[in-house]
Design a binder for this molecule. Structure first.
Ligand code: ZN
Ligand code: ZN
Ligand code: FE
Length: 745
C-alpha cells in the first residue's frame, strides 16, 4: 500500500514491540489499517518476541498511532506491554505486512477458543451471504484456536483444518490484509469446509447438513438425548423443560443430583429464569462465553430435575455457530453437559463417542473438523463484586499469567488429585492448563498426561523442575516422578495460598486462610482448616482447626454422616441419631474407639459436611461439595446475624462449642455457622496483625462465606485477597506449586 503523502521532510521512525495476546486475533491487519489511517510507512511482523512494528512519518501522527494501538485494538487482543524505541528514518513510503519466515512465527502463546463474533453472526443469519447458516463460520475475532492447533507456529497446515483445501473465495479473504479473515486459520465456507451429520447410535448417517440440524432439533423436541460434537468436546443435550428427558439423562449418566448446565437461546430467555447482573451479562456475552452461576428466580420454566434443591443455575449462551443455529431452531433452553461418563474426560472424537456414550445418547450430531485437544466449558461466579473462575478451561486456558519472576529452567506442576489441572512455566509465563478432572480413571490419567505432553511439545521445552503435591499416593505424584526432572513436593494448602498470591500479584508476608476438603498435611494428618503465615521463603502453620476423626476414612467424603459421627465423638456425645443402622453405627463407633481407619482431619470442608448432616440437610455427597452447598443454601434461605461461640487456644481453633450450641439451638444454625467462621477469620487476623489476608481453598467457592469474610475484613481495616482468574479449588493449585518451586530456588 502506498502512503498517500510523500515522506515527511522531518520524518521520524519508531519501533514498537508488543507482547500479549496479539497474534491470531487480527492484530496485523488492524495495524496495517491504522498505519494507513495515520499516513505512516513501515511494516508489521509477527515474531517469537511478539508483534514488531516499525512506523515512519510525522511526529504527531506517530503519537496518534501509538495512542490508537491501545485504544482501538481488536476486541480479543490483550496488550501486556509495549516497548518503544526511536530509530533512524529510512525514507520509506509504503506500509507492509511482512510475511513471517517459517519457524519464526511461533506465537508467544497458544490462544484460547473464542465465541462466535457479532460480525459472523450477522453473516450467518443473512440469506444473501455465502456462509448463510454455515455452522463453521469464523474470522480473526472468533472461532477455534486451542482446540484445533496441532503445532506452533499457528498456521493452517498445523491445525486440524489442514485437510480442507480453501476455495478461491475463502483464499482471497485469507490473503487480503484488509479482510476480517486475513490469516484466520480455520477460515471455511459451505463449499470447502467441514460439514455436520446426524448419526444413530450405530454410527449410521441419518441426515446431513441442514437436514441434520433440523432432525437434531426434532430429536431434542421429542425428548431425546443428543450427543453434539462441539468445540472442545461433546455435549449431551436435552430439553431442559422436559422432566422426563432430564430424568432420563440423570439415570443414564448415573448422576442423581449434581446440577446440569443450561444453554439458553438469548440473554432475554435467561432473564426469564434467573437474575442477571451487569457483570454476569457481560460474562455471558464475552468471547470466553463461560457457564455463569446465576441465582434462579421463583417460578422459572426449567425442570426441577435440572438442579434439584439448588437456588442457583449454571447458564451459558450458545458460543459456536452450530450451537447458535440449534438454539435458534429450538428457542427453549437445553441442558448442555459434558459428554462423558463420571470421572472420565470429555469425548472429542465421534467414533470414541459412539463407544463411550453408548446407552446415554440416542443420536449423535457430529462433524468432520477434528478436535485436537479437549476444552470443557469454563465455570465462573460473580462473588464479592467480581468474577471468580471456578473451572478454568475453554476460553481461558492456557492463557498465561505474566509473572514478575523469571525462570531459566522450565517448571512443570502436576496439580492435585481432584479437579486436576497442570501448569507449565517458561521464562516469565505461567500457563495453567485446562480442567482435566478427577484423576480417578485410567482415561482421566491419560488426559492429564496428554495435557502435559502437549504443553511441553507446543512450547518446545523439557521441564527440568517438576512440582507436585506432597501426598505420597496421588496419581499426579506418580506422574511427576515419571518425568525425569528435579521433583519438588509442595504442601497442598501452601500451594493454594501461593496460587492466590499469583492470582492477585502480591508478595509475602500475608496470612492465608486455606480451607478446603482434603489436603495432605506435614504431620501426616489431613489438613483443610489452616491459617498459614506466608513468608518470603516458606510458611508457618499459625492456626488450625482442632482435628477430629473421620469415621471410616475415605468413605466419609461420600457420607457426611461419618464426618458428623467423628465430630460428635470428639465432642464426647455420640447419641444423636444420624440414621445409621444400629449395626453400622456400632461398627463405626468401634473403629473410632480403636482408632482404626479413622484419620484425623482439621478440614473445614469436612466440618461443613458434619454440620450439614447433623442438621439433616444432606446425608450423602453424590458429588463433591454437595453437603456443604446444602448448608450454604440453607444459610441464604434463613439469614441471621448471630454467631456461635468458639475457643482459640495455643493456635488451635476449638469448634466444639459451635457444634454443641447448634445441636441445642438449631434455629438459623446454617447462617450462624457461616457467621462464626467469618468471625474466626477476623479474630485471627487481629491476633496476627497481618494486613494482607488470602482467602483460598474450595470452601471459598461458597459465596456467603467469601462475601461475609471479605466484608468483615474490609470493615476491620484488613486487605482481603481472593481468587479471580485461577480457581480457589484444587483446579488452581498447580499454579501455586510452580511458585513454590521458584521460591525453592
Ligand atoms: Zn467472527
Ligand atoms: Zn470456502
Ligand atoms: Fe484443596
Amino acid at each position: 500500500m502506498k502512503v498517500s503523502k510523500s515522506p515527511h521532510k522531518s520524518a521520524e521512525r519508531r519501533r514498537f514491540i508488543i507482547n500479549g495476546a496479539v497474534q491470531g486475533v487480527g492484530f496485523r491487519p488492524f495495524v496495517y489499517k491504522l498505519a494507513h489511517d495515520c499516513s505512516l510507512a513501515g511494516w508489521v511482523n509477527n515474531t517469537p518476541q511478539g508483534v514488531v512494528i516499525e512506523v515512519e512519518g510525522a511526529g504527531e501522527q506517530l503519537a496518534l498511532f501509538r495512542l490508537r494501538i491501545t485504544e482501538e485494538k481488536p476486541p480479543n487482543a490483550v496488550i501486556d506491554h509495549v516497548r518503544e524505541a526511536a530509530i533512524a528514518a529510512l525514507g520509506e513510503t509504503e506500509f507492509k505486512i511482512v510475511k513471517s519466515a517459517a519457524g519464526e512465527n511461533v506465537s508467544a502463546s497458544i490462544l484460547p477458543d473464542l465465541a462466535l463474533c457479532t460480525g459472523c453472526l450477522a453473516e450467518m443469519n443473512d440469506p444473501n451471504d455465502r456462509r448463510y447458516r454455515y455452522p463453521f463460520i469464523n474470522c480473526t475475532h472468533c472461532g477455534p484456536r486451542y482446540t484445533i492447533i496441532e503445532n506452533l507456529p499457528y498456521d493452517r497446515p498445523v491445525t486440524t483444518m489442514k485437510t480442507f483445501d480453501m476455495c478461491d473465495a475463502c483464499r482471497a479473504e485469507y490473503e487480503n490484509p484488509l479482510d476480517r479473515r486475513f490469516h484466520a486459520q480455520p477460515v471455511a465456507c459451505p463449499d470447502c469446509g467441514p460439514q455436520i451429520a446426524l448419526w444413530n447410535a450405530e454410527g449410521n448417517i441419518l441426515a446431513e447438513k441442514e437436514d441434520a440440524l433440523q432432525k437434531t432439533a426434532a430429536a431434542v423436541r421429542a425428548g431425546k438425548i443428543v450427543a453434539l460434537k462441539g468445540l472442545g468436546g461433546f455435549h449431551l443435550i436435552t430439553d431442559a423443560q422436559n422432566d422426563k428427558a432430564v430424568q432420563l439423562l440423570r439415570e443414564r449418566r448415573h448422576r442423581p443430583a449434581k446440577p446440569f448446565a443450561v444453554m439458553y437461546s438469548s440473554l432475554e430467555e435467561v432473564e426469564k429464569d434467573c437474575a442477571v447482573g451487569k457483570q454476569e451479562a457481560a460474562l455471558l456475552h464475552s468471547a470466553q462465553s463461560p457457564i455463569v452461576l446465576l441465582e434462579r428466580k421463583a417460578g422459572g420454566n426449567i425442570s426441577a430435575h435440572v438442579a434439584p434443591d439448588n437456588p442457583n443455575l449454571g447458564v451459558m449462551l450458545p458460543y459456536t455457530p452450530l450451537h447458535v443455529l440449534l438454539l435458534q431452531e429450538l428457542k427453549f433452553p437445553v441442558i448442555a453437559t459434558s459428554g462423558n461418563r463420571a470421572d472420565e474426560p470429555i469425548c472429542i472424537d465421534e467414533h470414541e463417542a459412539l463407544e463411550r456414550l453408548r446407552g446415554i445418547a440416542d443420536v449423535f450430531l457430529v462433524h468432520n473438523r477434528p478436535i485436537a485437544r479437549r476444552a470443557d466449558d469454563s465455570i465462573v461466579r460473580v462473588m464479592a463484586g467480581g468474577k471468580t473462575v471456578l473451572r478454568r478451561a475453554r476460553g481461558y486456558a492456557p492463557m498465561p499469567v505474566i509473572m514478575r519472576q523469571k525462570t531459566e529452567k522450565p517448571v512443570l506442576a502436576t496439580g492435585g488429585h481432584l479437579k486436576n489441572t497442570v501448569a507449565l512455566m517458561v521464562h516469565d509465563k505461567l500457563m495453567l492448563g485446562p480442567h482435566v478432572g478427577n484423576l480417578e480413571t485410567p482415561l482421566s490419567l491419560d488426559a492429564h498426561n496428554q495435557v502435559i505432553d502437549d504443553l511441553c511439545r507446543l512450547y518446545r521445552v523439557a521441564p527440568e523442575i517438576i512440582a507436585r503435591d506432597k501426598h505420597p499416593d496421588y496419581a499426579s505424584t506418580r506422574t511427576a516422578g515419571e518425568r525425569g526432572g528435579k521433583v519438588v513436593p509442595v504442601q497442598h494448602h501452601y500451594a493454594h495460598a501461593l496460587a492466590c498470591m499469583v492470582d492477585n500479584d502480591i508478595d509475602a508476608p500475608c496470612l492465608a486462610v486455606t480451607w478446603d476438603g482434603t489436603g495432605y498435611g506435614d504431620d501426616g494428618t489431613i489438613w483443610g482448616g489452616e491459617f498459614l503465615k506466608i513468608t518470603d521463603t516458606g510458611y508457618d502453620r499459625a492456626f488450625s482447626f482442632l482435628p477430629f476423626p473421620l469415621a471410616g476414612g475415605e468413605q466419609a467424603v461420600r457420607d457426611p454422616r461419618r464426618a458428623a459421627l467423628g465430630a460428635l465423638y470428639a465432642l464426647g456425645d455420640t447419641d444423636m441419631d444420624l440414621s445409621f443402622s444400629p449395626a453400622e453405627k456400632a461398627l463405626l463407633l468401634q473403629s473410632l474407639e480403636k482408632k482404626v481407619n479413622c484419620p484425623l482431619t482439621s478440614s473445614v470442608g469436612r466440618l461443613f459436611d458434619a454440620v450439614s448432616a447433623l442438621l439433616g440437610l444432606c446425608d450423602k455427597n453424590t458429588f463433591e461439595g454437595e453437603a456443604a452447598m446444602a448448608l450454604e443454601f440453607a444459610a441464604e434461605k434463613d439469614p441471621c446475624d448471630q454467631s456461635y461461640p468458639y475457643a482459640i487456644k495455643g493456635g488451635v481453633i476449638d469448634w466444639r462449642p459451635i457444634l454443641m450450641e447448634s445441636i441445642k439451638n438449631p434455629a438459623n444454625a446454617a447462617a450462624r455457622f457461616h457467621n462464626t467462621l467469618s468471625d474466626i477469620i477476623i479474630d485471627i487476623a487481629r491476633q496476627t496483625g497481618e494486613k494482607n489476608l488470602l482467602l483460598t481453598g474450595g470452601c471459598f467457592q461458597n459465596k456467603l462465606l467469601l462475601e461475609s469474610s471479605v466484608e468483615k475484613l474490609k470493615r476491620a481495616g484488613f486487605a482481603p485477597f481472593w481468587h479471580h482468574k485461577l480457581p480457589p479449588n484444587d483446579g488452581g493449585i498447580a499454579a501455586g506449586q510452580i511458585l513454590a518451586a521458584l521460591r525453592n530456588g
